[in-house]
Design a protein around this ligand. Structure first.
Ligand SMILES: [Zn+2]
Ligand SMILES: [Zn+2]
Length: 90
């Protein structure tokens, strides 16, 4: 494997590169991503960069990345939780 850029190290949990380079570039690993409320699937943090050692370069995750998530949770599971905190109708 190619050496990681200075400041990056491999995450002990997911094995991806994370950390910050001396010139201020931040690599976020999968652990620092976002989790789907309904199915628990983990995705990359929107508007972030990550470093792929195998390719030897950086990749960017755009803001619209979560829109591509096709949630496998059944419709029953996807209803309810977001309304749970709302007061019931009088
Ligand atoms: Zn990680
Ligand atoms: Zn989901």
């Amino acid at each position: 494997m190619r050496p990681l850029p200075e400041g990056l190290f491999l995450c002990a949990v997911c094995g991806e590169a994370r950390g910050k380079t001396p010139d201020g570039r931040r690599a976020r690993c999968l652990c620092e991503g976002i989790v789907c409320t309904w199915c628990g699937a983990r995705g990359r943090h929107p508007i972030s960069d990550h470093y792929v050692p195998r390719l030897g370069h950086w990749l960017h995750t755009p803001w619209f990345m979560p829109m591509g998530h096709v949630c496998p949770a059944p419709p029953e599971a996807r209803l309810g939780r977001q309304w749970a905190e709302l007061a019931p109708d009088p």
